[in-house]
Design a protein around this ligand. Structure first.
Ligand code: KG4
Ligand code: ZN
Length: 339
């Protein structure tokens, strides 16, 4: 059988990325141009700056991805691109670029859902992983507990009602003076802190056992900081970070284990930027081992936004016959499982 090479393109937020993946599992190149330094001064991603940077960098990033993979556009089987969800102006840059390449080369175009990409990152280093399994997607924009019934077939079991897990990390990091992006910084300083120093709430959503809510936890951290200030009690940043992180991890693990029990999943995966959190990984490792459930997670570089995951998801969509037209548009609030 001839090799299938997918060129993946990702520009939904603040990473301009391109990758070439062979037969859905072998990453030949994975180029990521991060804009974090440009957004740090503003304390978060500025959409207008993100769009302009994507335009400035995308051609170079794609050229580099092709050259590192040792291929040319002629060798590519199809072009896969994130078309939602994400920032509309940012998404549009990748979508327009992918359409231009597909049109100029006559290669098929495949629009990919960003979350499907995050989930698919698990296929890269786990050759034996195949659906069905459950996947917890925790990123800056999303917190979804998903049943992966088959390639391209998803059922959302639970989701956040307010802030995404990564968003909570970023907001709390800002409040305790760690800056942006907060997740990796909280992860780092928590190692020096006591996770049981402060008891923060583990929020439950009354009507849905699998849904999440993180805004109450964020408020509890802010209230704690305020009360310390008013009482003149010094704040131990490491303890606040570690206690907050534990509250998030506890809820994510508890809901996920509940789903494993109810649905009888034998495999469990995590995905998205927050999936690179060391305490989260350790907690899932332990909880899954206790149940005899196989635990999967991508390497950190495939957890945060990248284009390899888009090429992998694009491969499975491609072999299933999915094709997008030249009218493919950016869909900022695209739902998982919709086309
Ligand atoms: O998947 P991602 O790169 O972008 C989105 O699709 O949102 O996720 C970025 C998020 C940010 O909120 C960042 O703070 C968080 O992932 N993150 C982490 C860690 N590394 C990144 N959160 C906790 N611990 C980490 N080590
Ligand atoms: Zn993402």
């Amino acid at each position: 059988m001839e090799d299938i090479l997918i060129l993946g393109i990702e520009s939904s937020c603040d990473e301009t990325a391109a990758s070439v993946v062979k037969n859905g599992r072998v990453v030949l190149s994975n180029v990521i141009s991060s804009q974090i330094d440009l957004h740090t001064v503003y304390g978060g991603v500025v959409p207008e700056i993100a769009s302009r940077q994507h335009i400035a960098r995308i051609n170079q990033v794609i050229t580099q991805a092709l050259s590192e993979a040792g291929v040319t556009l002629d060798d590519i089987t199809a072009v896969a691109v994130t078309y939602g969800p994400g920032l509309v102006g940012a998404l549009l840059v990748g979508v327009a670029e992918a359409k231009a390449i597909a049109f100029a080369t006559g290669k098929p175009l495949v629009g990919v859902h960003h979350i499907e990409g995050h989930i698919s990152a698990n296929y890269i280093e786990n050759e034996q992983l195949e659906p069905p399994f459950a996947c917890l997607v925790v990123s800056g924009g999303h917190t979804h507990l998903v049943r992966v019934a088959d390639y391209g077939k998803y059922e959302i079991l639970g989701r956040t009602r307010d802030d995404a897990a990564g968003e909570a990390f970023d907001k709390v990091a800002r409040a305790i003076g760690l800056g942006y992006p907060g997740g990796p910084k909280i992860d780092r300083v928590s190692k020096e802190g006591n996770p049981d120093a402060i008891t923060f709430p583990r929020a439950k959503v009354a009507e849905s056992e699998y849904d999440f809510s993180f805004s109450g936890l964020k408020s509890a951290v802010l209230n704690y900081l305020n009360s310390c200030e008013m009482k003149g009690i010094p704040v131990v940043t490491e303890d606040v970070a570690a206690s907050f992180q534990k509250a998030v991890v506890d809820v994510l693990v508890e809901h996920s284990m509940h789903a494993i029990d109810e649905y009888g999943f034998e495999k469990f995966a995590i995905a998205g930027g927050v999936a690179s959190n060391s305490a989260l990984r350790a907690a899932f490792e332990e909880a899954c081992a206790k149940k005899g459930v196989k635990f999967y997670h991508p390497s950190p570089i495939f957890c945060t936004d990248n284009a390899a995951m888009i090429a992998v998801a694009g491969y499975y969509e491609y072999i299933a016959g999915t094709r997008s037209g030249y009218d493919l548009n950016a869909v900022p609030n695209l739902k998982l499982g919709e086309r």
